[in-house]
Design a protein around this ligand. Structure first.
Ligand SMILES: Nc1ncnc2c1ncn2[C@@H]1O[C@H](COP(=O)(O)OP(=O)(O)O)[C@@H](O)[C@H]1O
Ligand SMILES: [Mg+2]
Length: 236
């Protein structure tokens, strides 16, 4: 399924029911080609996190369709038997707050996902160190998470989201705590990963520094998406 790309059609999500129901997603249509990085932008409460959680099979949509490559994963109901395996093997999450494991050092935090997927320890650690290097935190490889700055923790969390080379990466405000140079470095790495491994990447962001780097942007407002051409400005 590597190099799969994403297609979403008519996706809807309602939280709750009756008088207190919230229609968080009303009409979401989106496609991300293998190797493409798209931005997802919208005001607070517009449905961005809900959309990423549906796509990441963390919550169940109410209606519509989601495809990974040729595989239908949701069509008015899940079409995948093992959702946990889908999340573990196909989706890389990069969350706003970095959830690192406090009793593992930086290298092991990043090496853990490939180890869990059966990659030999030495190879998993090699991959981890390569990504830590690219994200400019290799010098912290032996540190514990609590010893890192917020920006360092975020870069380690990003390395962990990328390390299994999933065909889909979902990033929720990945550059929020980073300075301009490091934010652009993160976007450069996401673009490199996307190109090299044919990954489809969705980046939720408000970050003015990185918005000009997207070739395509989806705006979401009140649970409805709309596509727009971006500037696709080179990030060297
Ligand atoms: N678990 C939940 N139960 C009920 N309503 C929710 C839940 N999560 C989010 N919402 C509502 O759904 C809407 C979209 O939320 P969210 O996807 O978090 O937006 P964003 O990430 O764009 O800020 C908001 O009105 C929010 O209050
Ligand atoms: Mg959100």
């Amino acid at each position: 399924m590597s190099g799969a790309g994403i297609r979403i059609e008519g996706l809807r999500k309602r939280y709750g029911s009756g008088d207190t129901a919230v229609d968080a997603l009303k009409q979401v249509d989106m496609s991300v080609a293998p190797g493409e990085v798209v931005g997802l932008i919208g005001p607070s409460g517009s449905g961005k996190s809900t959309l990423l959680k549906c796509l990441g099979a963390v919550i169940e949509p109410t209606a519509g369709r989601m495809m990974l490559g040729e595989h239908t994963i949701y069509d008015d109901g899940w079409r995948v038997r093992d959702l946990r395996a889908l999340r573990r093997d196909r989706i890389g999450f990069v969350f706003q707050a970095p959830y690192l494991i406090p009793f593992l050092d930086v290298t092991d935090n990043v090496a853990l996902p490939p180890m869990l997927a059966g990659v030999p320890n030495a190879e998993a650690r090699r991959r981890a160190l390569g990504l830590l290097d690219a994200l400019e935190v290799r010098h912290r490889a032996a540190a514990m998470p609590a010893q890192l700055s917020g920006g360092e923790q975020q870069r380690v969390a990003i390395a962990r989201g990328l390390v299994n080379r999933p065909p889909v990466i979902l990033a929720d405000e990945p550059t929020a705590p980073l300075d301009s140079a490091r934010a652009l470095a993160v976007i450069r790495i996401l673009n490199e990963m996307a190109r090299r491994y044919r990954t489809a990447v969705i980046v939720v962001t408000h970050d003015e520094k990185i918005i000009p780097t997207f070739a395509r942007i989806y705006h979401i407002r009140d649970g409805v998406t709309q596509e727009e051409r971006g500037e696709g400005r080179s990030i060297g």
